[in-house]
Write a protein that binds this ligand. Structure first.
Ligand code: 3PG
Length: 216
């Protein structure tokens, strides 16, 4: 699964965050994202319905790969994997979370934003981390500086990524993909404007394609 996710992210370097209060919304949102070209979906563990939403997306949206985000503890990682999560994302670096994901052979992307955290991640044998919160942790210049030191590490900037800075983050060679909630704004979810979500996905895919061509 790690290779499959990495190869999908190489094609389309985007991870969409889905935060929903009910399973139908999560499924419709994920379908719209996949139809718009984004198939890696991170279901956020920030609502009471998160676990049900994750199971529903994993079961009902085969064109997407659903993982769990905002996973704070090893116990939460275990229930997420039981619910069908194909990857785990954490806001910070927790060895318990990393251990659970690894023991199941599932990719795990813990959040880091300092050199010390990155060094811990490196020494845990991780090769890919989330850079969070990307824009307030120094944005593109900070990530360039960090990636020049941790040369084998791949990054997923998340937190404040938008159509305005997406291309700049993706232009950094060490960036595997960008993640964010700009693709699933609460206002569009509330209005059940899934066409609008599809449009945002297509816009991001087009920015990513141009950024990749410029990187070559
Ligand atoms: C996350 O969970 O990774 C962050 O909430 C993403 O930040 P964003 O909402 O600014 O995209």
């Amino acid at each position: 699964m790690k290779d499959r996710i990495a190869s999908l992210l190489q094609q389309t370097p985007l991870i969409a965050l889905v935060q929903a209060d009910d399973t139908d919304t999560a499924v419709c949102t994920s379908r719209a994202l996949a139809a718009g070209g984004i198939s890696i979906i991170e279901v956020l563990f920030r609502t009471d319905a998160a676990l049900d939403c994750l199971s529903a997306v994993a079961r009902e949206v085969p064109e997407a790969i659903a993982g769990a985000g905002t996973v704070l503890s090893a116990a939460q990682a275990e229930v997420a994997l039981d619910a069908g999560a194909k990857f785990i994302v954490s806001p910070g670096l927790d060895e318990g979370v990393v251990g659970v994901a690894r023991s199941e052979g599932v990719p795990v992307y813990p959040g880091v934003c300092t050199a010390t955290e990155l060094q811990r991640a490196h020494n845990l044998g991780l090769d890919t981390v989330k850079f969070f919160p990307a824009s307030v942790a120094g944005g593109v210049p900070a990530l360039k500086a960090l990636s020049s030191v941790f040369r084998s590490m791949r990054f997923i900037p998340t937190g404040g990524v938008s159509p305005g800075n997406l291309a700049d983050f993706l232009a950094i060679p060490a960036v595997l993909a960008c993640g964010g909630s700009w693709l699933t704004p609460a206002s569009l979810i509330r209005d059940r404007d899934f066409e609008g979500i599809g449009r945002l996905a297509r816009e991001a895919v087009s920015i990513a394609e141009k950024a990749r061509q410029n990187k070559k």
